[in-house]
Ligand binder design. Structure first.
Ligand code: FAD
Length: 298
């Protein structure tokens, strides 16, 4: 691996989550302000399980519209809400000036791994949600940019790769503009997935989702639930570092940088970073991809 950065035509986007406390709010906005000069294509804000962050997600994206130069994308799920409730959220996003939705089915209220049951009078799938966004107030619904989830390692609810791809194609046919992947650690898993997706008729961009979570124990737990593989080499890297958060952060940035540079070498031009509301690792990885923060004067 060479660390000599060659300028490439690369674009990044960042995921944040809405803060719960005042302290978390400060952390989030510090990260937003530090990542803004990198010029991300968009920044997305997650939607808590069961709609638990409806107000906080809304407040966060609204503030991004009002106080930053960023283009926010608001996540939205079908969980624990009637169709009317979800349409209300879409209207709130429209009123706030948000024109990009990350449309997801979501996980059951019991958490990842439990069986998804549609809420009474709710949307039964992400495909239904995408169709609803597209057909809502037709002139407006068509304007929304819609991103969806994709799974280089099959989603736990699917029968395997073929079913996952058929479902992703259905999301594209319903009106999705782009897919963002679940996190993964092996470049080949993503590259094979994209090849198979093309063979299955999927033409929308599939953006790799790159994880920047330095809490390895938490990461391994989530990976187990969402069907993402933790390679043995990754576990080995974090081995013995439970009480050493600084080293874990350095390792995390290196792993992300290595993965993104491998993908960039294969021609991948867009990357979505799961920032966990922290700027340093995302900034370092961007720099290694040849993207530096622009000064205000530039
Ligand atoms: P879908 O793509 O709708 O379904 C997942 C898979 O299940 C499909 O690929 C398919 O194989 C199978 N499947 C589902 N329904 C059917 C059906 N009717 N018929 C046949 N097969 C079916 N969760 C949150 O709660 N909040 C967030 O903000 C959030 N953000 C995310 C962002 C990204 C980029 C990703 C990848 C995931 C995110 N998640 C979030 C997690 C997501 O909610 C879960 O992964 C959830 O289990 C699946 O949602 P989905 O829309 O991707 O599912």
């Amino acid at each position: 691996m060479s660390l000599q950065v060659q300028p490439k035509d690369i674009h990044v986007s960042f995921e944040f989550f809405p803060p719960k406390t005042e302290k978390a709010e400060t952390t989030l906005w510090d990260a937003v302000r530090r990542l803004e000069p990198v010029g991300p294509k968009f920044v997305s804000v997650t939607y808590g399980a069961g709609g638990s962050t409806r107000d906080r997600t809304h407040r966060t994206v609204k503030r991004m519209v009002e106080e930053t130069s960023l283009t926010p994308a608001a996540h939205l799920t079908c969980v624990g809400a009637t169709k009317a409730d979800v349409i209300e959220v879409i209207d709130e996003y429209l009123d706030a000036g948000v024109q990009h939705i990350v449309a997801l089915r979501g996980d059951p209220p019991e958490g990842m791994g439990a069986k998804f049951q549609p809420f009474e009078n709710g949307f039964a799938s992400s495909v239904e949600l995408i169709e609803a966004i597209r057909s809502h107030k037709p002139a407006l619904g068509k304007k929304f940019e819609i991103s969806v989830g994709a799974y280089p390692e099959p989603h736990p609810d699917s029968q395997g790769r073929a079913e996952d791809l058929a479902f992703l194609k259905a999301k594209q046919d319903a009106g999705a503009d782009r897919a963002i992947t679940q996190f993964f650690f092996e470049a080949d898993d993503y590259l094979r997935f994209v090849d198979d997706a093309h063979d299955a008729g999927i033409t929308m961009p599939i953006i790799p989702g790159v994880m920047l979570q330095p809490n390895f124990k938490g990461l391994a737990r989530i990976a187990g639930l969402c069907g993402a593989k933790i390679p043995a080499w990754l576990a080995e890297l974090y081995d013995g570092l439970d009480d050493d958060p600084q080293q874990r952060e350095l390792i995390t940035a290196n792993v992300a940088a290595d993965l993104t540079m491998k993908l960039a070498d294969k021609g991948v031009k867009d990357f979505h970073f799961y920032t966990l509301n922290k700027a340093d690792q995302a900034l370092a990885t961007c720099r290694l991809l040849g993207i530096k923060p622009r000064s205000k004067a530039a």
